[in-house]
Design a protein around this ligand. Structure first.
Ligand code: FUL
Length: 627
């Protein structure tokens, strides 16, 4: 029955397929899975942020709530100029600060006098939210709104009366400007403020004060398609920094109810909770200038194209979205430098990832589920088709022939997230002579999620191979692409000088003078270690995610480790293996060896030599750094 239904729905192609092969069911979802609106939201990939308001005219980042509305006087305000810039920069939407922490509303609200009606702008007849909504409609850009829960102007802030005001304000804003794709609730809450002249400091219960269940009800009623942002979601989460990047390991899950504004372990939001039960993908917010609001003295501090490109790889390419902020100036415009940089940034990405070398090739997979879930689905450029393995198969190898020997230094992988995020680790290799060698990356290859972009040192090869080494269920990969981006300046392997800054650690049973030789940033001094392992005590618990090992640099390069195993633990008794592998080609080319693994917070780190290049030799280290 199922086959017949599918054939009818799937049209001719499916009919033919089901006629010649038994129907193959899609893999079961691995929970948690995103709501369809969360998938649509993630497909937007990059969108703009605009911070504009009284702060712009008072040179402030956080208005106290006492700035005079008469100071708001943008003479050339033009929302179309903003929107055209965003479109040219390849962005799919814009999020606007309708109200920041100072409580000033950029739409003519009926709920407070502290709003645009009382400014010189259009003699009180202006409505920036409305003007931006109209510009977005005209140019086909999606709109979203930032409404600060904290209000440093409101006299009743921190009492139940303010919560009623806030809910009414949300209702008004969500009723009058059409559909929004996201609603942004900032995490900064409570503290000093003007508060109707009281000028005091107010604290609130960050978890319960605003009555979020009621807020979600209002949004479900008025804007059901909107994704709700706050530190812990529920629609999407903060990434734990305002620098614009997510971890290379990035799960789109959180443990439900654990993260709230002010959550002390917010750094882990870069990585998500691997064991989370709520789908809450990360959004990377960052400003194109140091501040969120415009300040004249930052005119020469607009981020470079290389910097923006690097952030793109570490946000969109790390399974998150990029929310790039533009501080609109006192004229009401995006300054020329900022818009130029944003457009150049987009062009550079288009250039780097312009020609997919794998489009249409026939990959060879070590395992296939059958039916329509074939390996070709990974190279057909169609988001909805995917390669899948049988339910019991969570590891597999896929070889991608390139047709001819060609240069490659970028790769893109996508999991079919409507069925969940599954991959825990994978390895990318290229064919060199008769062997497979790993590409040289600057980060770990653990999670994939909606999209994973990899930058690596240029290789010349006729075949690439991806080995999926661990997953939470059957593999469901919908796209794999490869590119040659040219020799660019946005990507660097960890420089030796950067890695060799010496960690503060101790090694039981090792003389400090010997230890110093591998932590002195001097490649000419080499420490010798007896036994097959070295255990480092980092002194306290630290978040670490990489090992950098410079082998002995003397003429005969002694004590080279060929195969290694890395374990970590909070105590020496509870060590857990996090990575093992080989230092490829170390005999012929004993350069700095970097190993990346899923970030862990631990005090003890152990490197074990499973095999030496020369049996019986003692391990030698010119430098050893844990990061
Ligand atoms: C922060 C706010 O406090 C900043 O002012 C800015 O709006 C930024 C996007 O979020 O938490």
């Amino acid at each position: 029955m199922k086959t017949i239904q599918k054939s009818i729905l799937g049209g001719m192609g499916a009919l033919l397929l089901s006629a010649c092969s038994p129907s193959v069911e899609a893999p079961e979802a691995v929970l948690p899975v995103p709501q369809p609106k969360q998938v649509e939201w993630q497909k937007m990939e990059t969108y703009a942020f605009v911070h504009f308001g009284l702060n712009t005219f008072n040179d402030r980042e956080w208005g106290y709530g006492d700035s005079d509305p008469k100071t708001f006087d943008p003479k050339r305000l033009d929302c179309e100029q903003w929107v055209k810039t965003f479109k040219q920069a390849g962005m799919k939407g814009v999020i606007f600060t309708a109200k920041h922490h100072d409580g000033f509303c950029l739409w003519p609200t009926h709920l407070t006098e502290y709003c645009i009606r009382n400014t010189p702008y259009k003699e009180g007849k202006g409505d920036v939210v409305g003007e931006l909504a109209a510009a977005c409609r005209k140019h086909g850009l999606k709109l979203a709104l930032y409404l600060s829960p904290w209000d440093r102007h409101h006299a009743e802030y921190a009492t139940p009366a303010y919560v009623d005001y806030f809910h009414a304000q949300l209702r008004e804003l969500m009723t009058n400007y059409g559909e929004v794709f996201e609603v942004w609730f900032d995490g900064a809450n409570g503290g000093d403020g003007w508060y109707g002249g009281a000028k005091d400091s107010r604290t609130i219960d960050r978890k319960n004060y605003y009555n979020y269940p009621k807020i979600y009800e209002i949004l479900d009623e008025l804007q059901p398609q909107a994704v709700v942002f706050s530190d812990g979601g529920p629609g999407c989460r903060w990434v734990g920094n305002e620098n614009g990047y997510a971890g290379a390991t990035n799960w789109s899950f959180l443990r439900e109810g654990e993260v709230y504004p002010g959550y002390s372990k917010y750094r882990e939001l870069q990585y998500g909770h691997a064991d989370g039960n709520q789908w809450t993908a990360a959004e990377c917010d960052v400003s194109i200038r140091p501040g969120w609001f415009y300040h004249e003295d930052q005119d020469d501090k607009v981020k470079s194209v290389d910097h923006l490109v690097d952030l793109y790889y570490r946000s969109v390419g790390h399974n998150a979205t990029l929310l790039l902020n533009f501080p609109v100036n006192r004229d009401g415009l995006i300054p020329a430098v900022d818009s130029m940089r944003a457009v150049q940034f987009h062009r550079e990405i288009q250039k780097q990832l312009g020609e997919d070398l794998l489009r249409g090739v026939r990959p060879e997979a070590s395992s296939e589920r059958g039916g329509r879930f074939t390996a070709e689905a990974m190279t057909d450029g169609d988001y909805e088709t995917y390669w899948a393995t049988p339910d019991s198969v969570v590891t597999a190898e896929v070889v991608f022939p390139l047709g001819k020997t060609t240069k490659v230094n970028r790769m893109m992988l996508q999991e079919y997230i409507p069925l969940g995020q599954r991959v825990r680790s994978f390895v990318v290799e290229y064919a060199a002579g008769g062997e497979w060698l790993p590409v040289s990356l600057n980060e770990e290859t653990t999670t994939i999620g909606y999209k994973r972009l990899l930058r690596f040192e240029t290789v010349e090869t006729d075949r690439l191979r991806v080995r999926f080494t661990d997953a939470r269920g059957a593999l469901t990969i919908n796209n794999v692409e490869a590119f040659y981006a040219g020799e660019t300046t946005d990507f660097k392997l960890p420089a030796e000088t950067e890695c060799l800054t010496g960690s503060a650690y101790s090694v039981a049973g090792m003389e400090p003078s010997e230890l110093a030789k591998m932590a002195d940033q001097n490649p000419a001094t080499t420490a010798t270690v007896a036994g097959d392992r070295i255990m480092l005590d980092l002194g306290e618990e630290k978040s670490i995610s990489s090992l950098h090992y410079l082998p002995d640099q003397s003429e005969y390069n002694e004590g080279l480790i060929k195969n290694y195993e890395i374990s970590v633990g909070r105590t020496p008794e509870e060590m857990k293996v996090v990575k093992s592998g080989e230092f490829s080609n170390i005999r012929n080319n004993p350069i700095l060896q970097s190993v990346f693994f899923t970030p862990v917070t631990v005090r003890y780190f152990q490197l074990k030599a499973l095999r030496m290049v020369t049996d019986g030799e003692k391990m030698k280290f010119a430098e050893l750094v844990i990061r």
